[in-house]
Ligand binder design. Structure first.
Ligand SMILES: *[C@@H]1O[C@H](CO)[C@@H](O)[C@H](O)[C@H]1NC(C)=O
Ligand SMILES: *[C@@H]1O[C@H](CO)[C@@H](O)[C@H](O)[C@H]1NC(C)=O
Ligand SMILES: *[C@@H]1O[C@H](CO)[C@@H](O)[C@H](O)[C@H]1NC(C)=O
Length: 300
């Protein structure tokens, strides 16, 4: 229980970003950054039509100096950006922002690997994204997908401490959000998937998010009439906490789970897997069993 309290106390990177003002509070709640000394010092505009500093996102990130210690905003103008993006470890304090998630989409088509296939890979601490869609287009989004056609295809992999996402969308079917290492905060985000689509060892708070469960079936179109259309349940989370000392865990607060598919709340990816759903509307998407022990029966 003590470490559960710590999940709440620490997994909080509370950031407010309003036009040109940017104030961040540390975990105790006192101001650590403010406009005078640590505000956004620069805005880089990415615009596909050529009216910004860059036409694609990766060169904008590459232009951030190594060891960066002042917030740099990368503003993404509307468009579908077909590129794999990586924020290396030495490019800290990047704020990526767009006006509307539905109009600023970063997508790529690559599947098979839980980390290397990710459209967006975050390796740097202090990252904020606002109103951006991260998508892996390998698995086609449809109401019901054939189980054997689905592959691991992450939209994002977050492998650094202190990242926050506001109004973002994450779209794929399997392993959509790799919430791997560190403390992460998600607010008013939409996450779509079928299998293990929020997974990893992160210590994260999902506040007021929408979880969209798509359907999965074992039957092909031609076999459809036979066994209940072959519909099977997916898994929303696969949390990877490894020991009693491990402070990782996912907390979903004030969220809603919607969708045309059925799913377990999660399956235990490691022996001390920890996930909490609080104040969350589950419609009738969640199967009555709730959780699945996967390879760790007796420990969940
Ligand atoms: C912030 O709070 C911590 C813990 O209460 C304290 O040690 C630190 O001095 C505070 N920082 C500022 C700038 O007030
Ligand atoms: C902002 O930082 C400056 C310089 O460190 C400090 O003098 C000022 O009190 C800070 N303002 C707030 C609101 O924390
Ligand atoms: C991001 O989206 C929110 C909600 O739609 C909106 O209030 C906010 O102004 C948007 N941010 C920008 C930079 O347009």
């Amino acid at each position: 229980m003590e470490s559960l309290v710590r999940v709440f106390a620490l997994s909080f990177l509370y950031v407010t970003a309003k036009s040109s003002h940017f104030v961040s509070h540390d975990f105790e709640g006192n101001n650590t950054l403010n406009d005078t000394n640590n505000g956004i010092v620069k805005t880089i505009v990415v615009d596909q039509t050529g009216n910004g500093h860059f036409k694609t996102i990766q060169p904008a990130i590459d232009s951030v100096p190594s060891g960066n210690n002042h917030w740099i905003r990368i503003f993404i103008r509307r468009g579908i950006y077909n590129e794999k993006v990586i924020i290396p470890k030495d490019k800290q304090k990047i704020l990526m922002e767009a006006h509307k998630a539905s109009e600023a989409i970063i997508q790529y088509n690559h599947a098979g690997e839980s980390i290397a296939s990710a459209t967006f890979r975050l390796l740097a601490e202090f990252f904020v994204a606002i109103n951006i869609t991260f998508k892996n287009t390998y698995n086609k989004e449809k109401p019901k997908t054939l189980y054997r056609d689905i592959k691991i295809a992450p939209a994002i992999v977050i492998a650094a401490d202190k990242a926050a996402f506001f109004g973002c969308q994450f779209v794929s079917l399997q392993d959509t959000v790799g919430d791997l290492v560190g403390r992460h905060y998600f607010q008013q985000c939409h996450i779509t998937g079928i299998i293990d689509f929020i997974w990893g060892n992160g210590q994260s708070l999902y506040q007021s998010c929408m979880i969209n469960v798509l359907g999965v079936t074992t039957s092909t179109e031609t076999e459809k009439e036979t066994v209940d259309g072959g519909a099977i349940a997916g898994f929303i989370t696969a949390q990877g906490r490894e020991s009693e000392q491990d402070t990782s865990g996912f907390v979903f607060n004030g969220c809603s789970i919607v969708g045309v598919g059925k799913a377990f709340l999660g399956r235990a990816y490691r022996g001390y897997s920890r996930v909490l759903f609080c104040n969350t509307n589950m419609a009738d998407v969640i199967v009555p069993q709730g959780w699945d022990a996967w390879s760790y029966p007796g420990l969940v």
